[in-house]
Write a protein that binds this ligand. Structure first.
Ligand SMILES: Cc1cc2nc3c(=O)[nH]c(=O)nc-3n(C[C@H](O)[C@H](O)[C@H](O)COP(=O)(O)OP(=O)(O)OC[C@H]3O[C@@H](n4cnc5c(N)ncnc54)[C@H](O)[C@@H]3O)c2cc1C
Ligand SMILES: *[C@@H]1O[C@H](CO)[C@@H](O)[C@H](O)[C@H]1NC(C)=O
Ligand SMILES: *[C@@H]1O[C@H](CO)[C@@H](O)[C@H](O)[C@H]1NC(C)=O
Ligand SMILES: *[C@@H]1O[C@H](CO)[C@@H](O)[C@H](O)[C@H]1NC(C)=O
Ligand SMILES: *[C@@H]1O[C@H](CO)[C@@H](O)[C@H](O)[C@H]1NC(C)=O
Length: 489
């Protein structure tokens, strides 16, 4: 008796939904004639097509489109803008806030999975990469095009579209810069559906905004990037410790912080300190020989931890080793319910020994609401710090250490206790100072001052450029920079 009215309600709702999207659908049908190139809310298998990454955020776009060319991207943007829909590109779909689907219901998601072209100019070693390519594609293609590489993060399923436009920090970033620092030119579809190129010599303001905040400025369809020769021999090391007394953990953390805050430390050293429910580890890649590595005497630096080192002579082997990282498997393999936050320290704002003690006391006593949580302290600095804060929209050039904190639930939604654990941790480690500098690639959908925390002092200029290229805010998600207020005259 109960089921029938329920079906009627659902049926009526999806009929209403479909009807309200009818003008958009017919615009798409006129513009794109390929079969299967778009789907609408209410269509068969729509949930599977939407394919949310963070199950904790049940975003439902009005439509998902799968263009096969820049011109089709432009046609889709035109239809969406004319009918008043917000638009977001989706490349790898790995936004923590499901921003590639709009971040909130009712957007048009433009999935770029068909834009996967690649070519290499072997006189300049500059590569052209379609913005639907995943990091795994990019690594493989560059390698086979003359043993080349570029900096990027370690998760193979992340998309170049979201990664090369937000920052893109990885193990070689201390030597060669973030992924955005490799981008020399882009092709981009704007809100008025024109297709333009942007670089340091053409549409410079747009190019500046694309390098750190692209999702609010257009849809990048193609990147031209500089590349490096693939790194040669590398040593992958781990120093781990079972969880014991918080004082022991704090001591290991202090040794690590001292190690990475030595500004003479080679840029060939990458390092992450991981804290889990039952253990703690310092791990990373040293881009040099085993002999050079041994000469650094790391085991003397991390007393109480058990060391282990693996030597890699081939780049693809090393990259797949990164991808096998246990934590990454947990986060990347299957869509899950999770919540994440980030914060950071510069050489001037590092935690004091007392704050480090407080952090580990907090971790050992607070209700975390789950066993599925982890903290990653990533050593940054190096090349990224050489670039002025105002040179790209990506603003956090002075960061020495990033903290990414995660809480996961494999079965259901994230609880308030889980969120409170990460909130409380951030307050302790930053001495309660606001606004936190947060990494714009680790979306925290609950952060109230998000745009400020993501783009810092570059936000006002971003808002001005937004006013010029997208005054009606076609490209938006709940945390993107809004156009500058027009009431300034
Ligand atoms: C398991 C995992 C590991 C990660 N590791 C790292 C790491 O090591 N280093 C690091 O820096 N980051 C890392 N990240 C964060 C990652 O860089 C961001 O989540 C990134 O934005 C994802 O890009 P995407 O294309 O996969 O996501 P999507 O959800 O497709 O897009 C994310 C955002 O970028 C926008 N966007 C996507 N494509 C385009 C385009 N072509 N033009 C304009 N805007 C576009 C979308 O609209 C959306 O707002 C990791 C993420 C995950 C899930
Ligand atoms: C560049 O590519 C061309 C064509 O594939 C090839 O003949 C040439 O040897 C390459 N040059 C280098 C330096 O790899
Ligand atoms: C490493 O340890 C050896 C022996 O303990 C010492 O002679 C050497 O100076 C140390 N090197 C560094 C870089 O600390
Ligand atoms: C960045 O700031 C410096 C110093 O204030 C200034 O000289 C430079 O023109 C700025 N660059 C950009 C791209 O705005
Ligand atoms: C589209 O917008 C860009 C950026 O504002 C502008 O330069 C260009 O002239 C516009 N094109 C058309 C056809 O209106």
């Amino acid at each position: 008796m109960l089921l029938k009215p329920l079906f009627l309600v659902v049926g009526a709702a999806s009929v209403a939904l479909a009807a309200s999207n009818e003008p958009l659908r017919s615009c798409f049908e006129n513009a794109i004639t390929d079969r299967g190139s778009f789907a609408f809310a209410g269509d068969l298998f729509y949930d599977r097509i939407v394919n949310r990454y963070n199950l904790n955020i049940p975003v439902t776009p009005a439509a998902v489109a799968f263009p096969t060319s820049s011109q089709q991207v432009a046609d889709i943007v035109k239809c969406a803008a004319e009918n008043g829909y917000p638009v977001q590109a989706r490349s790898g779909g790995h936004s923590y806030g499901n921003h590639g689907l709009g971040g909130t219901d009712g957007a048009v998601a433009v999935d770029l999975k068909h834009l996967k072209h690649f070519s290499m100019d072997n006189t300049t070693w500059q590569a052209t990469i379609g913005a639907g390519s995943l990091l795994s594609d990019v690594t493989r293609w560059l390698y086979h095009a003359g043993g080349r590489a570029m900096s990027h993060g370690i998760c193979p399923q992340v998309g170049s579209g979201g990664h090369f436009t937000i920052g893109g920090l990885g193990p070689t970033s201390r030597q060669f810069g973030a992924a955005i620092d490799h981008v020399l030119e882009v092709e981009v579809v704007l809100a008025n559906s024109s297709i333009v190129r942007a670089s340091d010599t053409e549409n410079q303001d747009l190019f500046w905004a694309i390098k750190g905040a692209a999702s609010a400025y257009g849809i990048v369809t193609e990147f031209k990037v500089r590349t490096e020769p693939e790194p040669g021999t590398a040593v992958q090391y781990t120093y781990s410790m079972e969880f014991g007394h918080p004082k022991k953990q704090a001591a290991l953390f202090k040794s690590w912080q001292a190690f990475v805050s030595d500004l003479t430390l080679t840029r060939k050293m990458a390092s992450t300190l991981t804290v889990l429910e039952n253990s703690m580890a310092i791990s990373g890649t040293f881009f040099g020989t085993k002999e050079e590595y041994d000469n650094m005497n790391l085991s003397n630096k991390f007393p109480g931890a058990n060391g282990d080192a693996l030597v890699f002579d081939d780049w693809l082997g090393l990259v797949s080793h990164w991808a096998e990282d246990v934590i990454l498997e947990l986060a990347a393999g299957i869509p899950t319910n999770f919540y994440a936050k980030s914060t950071s320290w510069t050489p001037q704002t590092l935690m004091t020994p007392e704050t480090i003690d407080k952090m580990f006391d907090y971790i050992s006593t607070v209700d975390k609401g789950t066993l599925g949580w982890f903290l990653l302290f990533d050593f940054q600095g190096g090349y990224i710090n050489d670039i002025p804060t105002n040179a790209t929209a990506y603003a956090h050039r002075d960061v020495l250490i990033w903290l990414q904190s995660y809480t996961i639930d494999l079965l259901g939604h994230i609880s308030q206790a889980q969120i409170s654990f990460l909130d409380g941790l951030n307050k302790i480690v930053t001495n309660g100072e606001l606004p936190f500098a947060a990494y714009p690639g680790y979306i925290d959908p609950l952060m109230p001052n998000a745009a400020e925390a993501y783009w810092g002092t570059n936000l006002p200029r971003l808002q001005q450029i937004k006013e010029q290229v997208d005054p009606n805010n076609v490209f938006r998600n709940p945390q993107s920079p809004s156009p500058a207020k027009k009431d300034s005259f």
